[in-house]
Write a protein that binds this ligand. Structure first.
Ligand code: SAM
Length: 280
């Protein structure tokens, strides 16, 4: 496997989030061919390497040694090394170490290659059934209550599905704080994704908060919160829209346009358009 040497550079390599089979052919190949694998926890990555016959040397790169070892890593990359960066699970840099290394590599003109794969945030979003056209990844909330409340108040204004990482013991308290900040929006608690005890539980935030407050779950968790409900169309807005439309089109066409614009029943729009036409 060492025959075709990859281009030198830093390969940001995603690994499984539970199910060991969730790794790409390309990730296995680059892990085998690299000169070095930088690991958040070398023991954790050792399991993955042994499952796939990867014998590449491993070295730790985590929050506690990153500042110290980064210059040595950059030097190796400048000398033409092929280095993979992995985290314990999922995609590096996504609530995991690596940002400063990628930044430093780019600042030095070193090539950085993504080797994409699993990430708990996208796995949860893909199966939760929440609107997925626009989403905001919020990662972990601050542990301290004051900072958490402030962060949630900021997130409440975002018109998109929100995705959070959370730990099991804090789940009940966090769902309850979310109910206060967001109102009783619909949400999904996604647990142990791709693992034996995978599970999705959907409901209003207050219901989920009560359920998990009484019985904290085990395992790893992603919380997916639906976007704020669309503001119901104001009667005045609909009338103004219909009046404008009626000046240019038939009652039927104006009603159809209003129904689509305000996500309202066609019948209702038609009845109101008729009234306005009669009044005009
Ligand atoms: N880099 C990882 C990724 O791409 O998903 C995330 C690392 S972060 C330190 C760990 C958090 O991700 C966990 O506390 C949990 O919120 C979430 N997570 C990771 N694996 C998960 C899984 N299998 N099921 C549910 N959540 C998971």
């Amino acid at each position: 496997m060492k025959d075709m040497r990859p281009e030198p550079g830093l390969y940001v390599t995603a690994t499984p989030i539970g199910n060991l089979a969730d790794i790409t052919y390309r990730a296995v190949e680059i892990l085998k061919k690299a000169d070095l694998i930088l690991c958040e926890d070398t023991r954790q990555t050792a399991k993955l390497c042994s499952a796939y016959g990867v014998e590449t040397p491993r070295a730790p790169y985590h929050d506690h040694n990153a500042a110290k070892v980064r210059p040595e890593i950059i030097k190796k990359l400048q000398d033409g090394a092929v280095i993979c960066l992995v985290s314990d699970a999922g995609t590096p840099l996504i609530s995991d170490p690596g940002y400063k290394l990628v930044r430093a590599a780019r600042d030095e003109g070193i090539a950085v290659y993504p080797v994409p794969g699993a990430s708990a945030a996208l796995a949860a979003l893909s199966a939760a059934g929440a609107p997925s056209d626009r989403f905001f990844f919020a990662g972990f909330l601050p542990a301290k209550q004051g900072a958490r409340t402030k962060a949630l108040e900021e997130f409440a204004r975002i018109d998109a599905t929100l995705i959070f990482y959370e730990t099991a013991p804090r789940l009940g308290a966090v769902l309850s704080a979310m109910t206060d900040a967001f109102g009783d929006r619909q949400a999904v608690v996604a647990r142990e994704l791709t693992k034996l005890h995978e599970g999705f539980r959907e409901g209003p935030l207050s219901t989920l908060a009560a359920a998990y407050g009484d019985a904290p779950p085990k395992g790893e968790i992603v919380i997916v919160v639906f976007p704020p409900e669309e503001k119901a169309a104001e009667a005045g807005d609909v009338d103004a829209f219909l009046t404008g439309a009626l000046a240019e089109m038939s009652v039927k066409e104006a009603a159809a346009a209003a129904a689509e614009a305000f996500s309202m029943p066609r019948k209702t729009a038609y009845a109101r358009a008729l009234q306005l036409k009669g009044a005009g």
